[in-house]
Ligand binder design. Structure first.
Ligand SMILES: *Cc1c(COP(=O)(O)O)cnc(C)c1O
Length: 303
């Protein structure tokens, strides 16, 4: 059976990266799959990265390391005691065999990551340093390639989105999508990121930088698409949400048979619906890029 990640549910087109074939799925699974190819082909044998208790990225790195029998160090921000009580991504990280280092302050993260790199070097290992969120050129490239799947869908169904909406954090998913739309000639598609953490100006700048770098690195003709990241739905920052977002999360299974979590995808879906209403956009013209977050959904204690 050929399983398509692009699905129409209740009139909305979803790109189901929540189902990307990797433990826990999601955009971090897709990014790690691509980063992993680079890691293996350059014979790195240890991984060092960072994130929070429920980091999808740290989970993906830890799972990849386990699958490939690599050493792995995760620098986690927060207290060990609270981490041990968490399910979801934290549980997968604990059971993966990765070394976990805890820091109290975000400013200590860089130091601990450098220390881990040095420990591996002293043991004659070849460690690879991965920025939080998998925000690097390979991670972005995973999304350039994903647009080929969208192109196949476009040809098969004679349909292309006028708008792609997604949850935007470090911005590499959005950057990769923008470069991919250039590569596969989607001239009429706009991308709208819904910020889950940053203010628009900063988020758009970062999306733009990686978008341009991807075009240069992979010889894609750059069409200077505008990087749009909305910060109207931030609710004060990362992990924060309001009643509307909570409602989208609570009704997601009933309404669409998918999970939308408060930290990422329900925030983005709520932002999309509000933006569509304000700008008279029909659901027939949108693609919602479901970036994952199943474990975040399961770990949320509010429903
Ligand atoms: C990390 C993450 C995002 C944001 O992706 P970026 O590439 O960092 O912008 C969105 N959704 C989920 C579920 C994530 O884990």
């Amino acid at each position: 059976m050929k399983f398509n990640l692009i699905q129409n549910i209740q009139g909305y087109t979803f790109f189901r990266d929540d189902l990307f074939p990797f433990l826990g799925g999601g955009n971090k699974g897709r990014k790690m799959n691509e980063i992993g190819k680079f890691v293996l082909s350059n014979s790195y044998n240890a991984l060092v990265t960072t994130g929070g208790f429920q980091s999808n990225h740290c989970r993906a790195v830890a799972v990849f390391a386990a699958q490939n029998k690599m050493d792995c160090t995760l620098v986690i921000h927060g207290s060990k005691d609270s981490f041990l009580k968490q399910s979801g991504n934290a549980k997968i990280m604990r059971l993966s065999g990765a070394e976990i280092v805890f820091v109290n302050e975000p400013k200590e993260i860089g130091y601990e990551m450098d220390e881990a790199m040095q420990r591996y070097n002293k043991k004659n290992k070849k460690p690879f340093y991965i920025f939080g969120g998998g925000h690097n050129i390979e991670g972005g490239y995973a999304y350039v390639k994903s647009i080929k799947e969208l192109q196949r869908y476009k040809i098969k169904h004679s349909w292309e989105p006028k708008y792609i909406f997604l949850a935007s954090g470090t911005g590499s998913t959005q950057s990769g999508i923008l470069a991919g739309l250039d590569k596969f000639n989607f001239e009429n598609t706009k991308v709208i990121g819904v910020s889950v953490a940053r203010k628009s100006s900063q988020a758009e700048k970062i999306v733009d930088e990686l978008y341009q770098s991807l075009c240069v690195s992979y010889q894609i003709s750059y069409t200077k698409r505008t990087s749009i990241v909305l910060d109207d739905y931030l609710c004060g920052g990362y992990g924060l949400y309001d009643k509307n977002i909570e409602e989208v999360a609570r009704t997601s299974v009933k309404n669409f048979g998918v999970t939308l979590d408060c930290c990422y995808t329900a925030k983005a879906f709520h932002g999309m619906i509000d933006f569509m209403n304000k700008n008279n956009i029909n659901k027939r013209d949108v693609l919602f890029w479901h970036t994952g977050g199943i474990f975040n959904f399961m770990a949320e204690a509010n429903q």
